[in-house]
Ligand binder design. Structure first.
Ligand code: CAA
Length: 283
């Protein structure tokens, strides 16, 4: 099977980055979102990010124009029916994802591969509610998608070898590298990253260090590009808390207990960069 047309569901931070890299690698992209304004904003963001790559001489102006010409948008999920590959990158809520798959599946070709960019929800469970668990896989991109070279491929219990091989080829064509994970809570990246971020919040909560000293210690002491609190703001504190809850519930170990200070920030609506306030103030 040759993958040419890629349907992407959700025009948020992840969806627009995924559209960017697929279009730049020569795939025809159909980006969908229920919100027309979000679709318009996503295309503007892709245009801006491609423009930055032209300025930094990573790509040519022709590459940018060709990539932009390959991105179409629609607010109708049914329009994705002819896609060879679908990537769901909608809100990180299981009920939302289930509703999307239930509406989409009757329109799909029988051999379309269905994937989710979920950062922590069980692939096996999402797949089991579709008509094609063997053609379903976790396809987890990192933020910012155009910059980060990793894609985590998560095998559900029923995912077949052909689907895995096809997605490995796609990752290669995107110029990225795959790491394969079995389907257990939060997979590999977030299973390791989120407890570190949560621990940094405990270090703040217990007064071991302040925001600046914690981030400085980890940036300069371990060569991370961002400190853990800055990274938490970048990812979104609500996302960090949701993933800690998946780990805590799914693995039933108190070592994954979300820090009460993280919960308090989320309850305050201080979600990081997207609300202009988190551990740092962006106003
Ligand atoms: N689109 C395209 N290019 C972008 C970009 C975007 N959205 N954001 C940054 N860039 C590019 C810049 O153009 C620049 O390119 P060149 O090197 O070619 O000049 C490069 O990225 C570096 O950007 P900046 O110089 O502006 O900034 P920086 O050096 O501070 O780097 C960063 C920014 C790449 C985000 C870096 O701080 C970093 O790697 N941070 C850690 C990111 C990380 O850990 N991401 C994973 C989060 S976890 C996750 O995503 C999983 C999950 O499920 C939660």
């Amino acid at each position: 099977m040759d993958i040419r047309t890629v349907g992407i569901i959700g025009a948020g931070q992840m969806g627009n980055g995924i559209a960017h890299v697929f279009a730049l690698s020569g795939y025809d992209v159909l980006l969908t979102d229920v919100n027309e304004a979000a679709l318009k904003r996503a295309v503007e963001l892709v245009e801006g990010n491609l423009g930055r790559q032209v300025t930094r001489e990573k790509i040519s102006a022709e590459d940018r124009d060709a990539a932009l010409a390959r991105i179409r948008t629609t607010s109708q999920l049914a329009d994705l029916g002819q896609s060879d590959l679908v990537i769901e990158a909608a809100t990180e809520r299981e009920s939302v994802k289930d509703a999307i798959f239930a509406e989409l599946v009757p329109h799909l070709k029988p051999d379309t591969i269905l994937t989710s960019n979920t950062s922590s929800i069980s692939i096996t469970r999402l797949a089991s509610r579709t008509d094609r668990p063997e053609k379903f896989m976790g396809f987890h991109f990192m933020n910012p998608v155009p910059v980060m070279s990793l894609v985590e491929l998560i095998r559900g219990i029923a995912t077949d070898e052909e689907t895995y091989r096809l997605l490995l080829d796609v990752v290669e064509r995107l110029g990225k590298t795959a790491a394969v994970a079995e389907d257990f809570p939060a997979f590999i990246v977030n299973r390791v990253l989120m407890p570190m971020i949560n621990e940094a919040v405990y270090v703040l909560y217990e007064g071991v260090g302040n925001v600046l000293s914690i981030d400085k210690a980890m940036k300069l002491g371990t060569n991370h590009p961002m400190g853990p609190l800055e990274l938490a703001d970048f990812i979104g504190l609500d996302t960090c808390l949701a993933i800690m809850n998946v780990l805590h519930d799914g693995l039933a170990d108190t070592k994954y207990r979300p820090c009460p200070l993280l919960t308090k920030y989320v309850e305050a609506g201080w979600l990081g960069r997207k609300t202009q306030r988190g551990f740092y103030d962006y106003r």
